[in-house]
Write a new protein. Sequence first.
Length: 751
Amino acid sequence: MTAQPAPRIAFLTLLLAASWIAAPTAEAVAPLHETRLVPTDPAALDLFGSAVALEDDVLAVSSFDPASSDPFGTALVTIYRRVNHVWTEEQTLSGSYGFGDQIHLHEGRLLISSLDVPAFEIFTRGASGWSRSATLTPGWPGSARLSTGGDRLVMTRIGLQAVSPGDALAEVFRLDAGGYVHEQTIAHAGELLIAEGWFAANDDDRLVLVYGGIMPPEPPFLRSMLYERDASGSWNEARELDLPAPPTDGAFREGRLALFYGYTGQFVSLWEERGGGLQRGPRLSPPADPDREQLWAFAFDGDRVAISTCCEEREGPGVVHVWERRSWGGWVRDRVLVSRREDAGDSFGASVALDEGRIAVGVDGFPAPTGRGDPTQGAVHLFEPVPRVAGTDLLAVGTPRNPGDPRGGEGRVDVRYFMGRTEVTNAEYVAFLNAVDPAATNALGLFDPAMMNEVWGGITRDATAPAGERYRVRPFKADHPVNYVDWRDAARFANWLHHDRPTGGGTESGAYDMRRTTPVRLSGARFALPTEDEWYKAAYYEPLRPGAPRPGAGRYWSFPTRSDLAPEATVCTSSGRVTNAGANVATYDGDCIWATAVTPGFTPNTSPVAGTTSPGPFGTFDQGGNVAEWLETSFGTRRGARGGSFDLNLIPLAARPFGVSGTVFVEPSDRGANRGFRVVYLGPDPRDSFAPADLDRDGIVGPADFFGVMRPCLGAGIGERPECRIADLDGDGRVGPSDYFAVMRPALGSR
């Protein structure tokens, strides 16, 4: 008998499949900033977040008003709009019971269904706000389910229904300048059937219709038919997809199909265009977790998949898992979102929406057996990529002209600015040293020998290493805050960022004139050290603090972890990792004790920045503990510092310890193991200042811009494919080689 090669083929197949899902990649994952949105009208809080829709600068959220005069209550949809990158409540729409059961944003239009009305109401935005402009009614009795993709909208039957030959299975509409135009009815061509579980997923040219049921006297069946639109505009059956079980939802985006098996398999199946047709791709499933066995909600935008998981009857906090498609074609689970807000209750992930890297997570407050859910505390948590300038993660500190802390007046800032998300790390400071002092002469004294010789330091110097590589990070210390820096070191770092991180200079002017004995912030400074008010506001001011006297009124917390209760002190592993991260944890009181070759003898030390996972009201980390931070504010010749440190007790972490200012003023030449800094950014909003060739808006022009955005559009005319307009860098109306060679390639590596 001849030996069969099947085992080898199977092995190669498995190897290729595994590499497609999780091949190694060096692509960075941008940090996300979390914003919590609640309605100003208390009547809209009940089940607020039960459904969400997100598109461009618009977010729509469903809720329910039990105090309505309607015996079944009034349902509401609250609309938020992002203006200058700040989300503001714009309008609330109301309807009868079940209004907002389904909400969709489609090319600037808002479509809303009601449980008791078999139609979709279409709202458009005009000069006076959002108003009803039309209604879409299905061609069958009963309700419908909606799918959108490209310029097409598809309505399918919903619920258990008897379907006769010739009856409509789905209605397809095309969006043009005048609104939705009926394009085609997809009719049932077989015998009488009783079907349920309908849904469609579509883009402009393909449509998958899924339904199951019985066709007497045949046994139960599952049908999943792929339809394609031909050159004449007609939709025709192409082929049936072989599915292992009935999916519960799906979406077609960017030529890719995602099918969600929420109750029937606990995974998402991806289909992608390969070999001239739509082929089954990887299967995405969260790691097994006996405490979170139920998949609740799903969203797909073509390049990302989000799945929320929870538990039977939502007993326990929800989690949202996010996969992203990398430029090399594989899918990587790169985010696990767990709200850091204690009021998220058990229903975090009741709904999910995705749009261009932003993730909206609904928290409808549905009560659970644990009692942690509260129907009057619904919310939407919006996660958005943190912008970067000069390699620094930044967070917007909004609400200009906010009141100062009534306890002492600190914290009023009249303009919007950006605060460094974390303290400057050893890795960031090493990049600075190697750029401005490649020969490691240390002429400016930017390197202190204690960084190398003391157990708390994180940087070494090797004069024998190649120029530009002579400063290096010590083991375990890359993501810890830099220390042993004086005020002038920190100011020179800000100058360097001001000049976009040049090599061989940029330290003596920009934000500060270092020739002066007591430098002051110069006009036009882009980066700087924070003033006492800038630092204090970012640490303690809560624009939407619960218990405020009116919606939108802010108050000040006592500690920079969004708490009036003292934070728990960190507990660390032998290599300095935090083991008790949570919502109210800080590195102080000498409790982060670790022992390695770097720190013998179980010495209290620093922890990784953001390692406590306890953000402040604007999303900053470690403004309480780790290292005290230099301020720009001066008193005579001395400079301020705030925030406490890993080796000090709780008192310096407080906003107003014993009713007095927590700022200490020390000599600017002072260095220590417990002293570091962070920066503020004062230039143009970084989210409006992407380089033209930064097509994926990650802050740097790199291979992902070509492979992920430009290459799929090569040869496309922007008239035929408007989504490719962003890749037409030379403005000739077509994406071609000149866009890469003339514009993108010279910009590679720029920020």
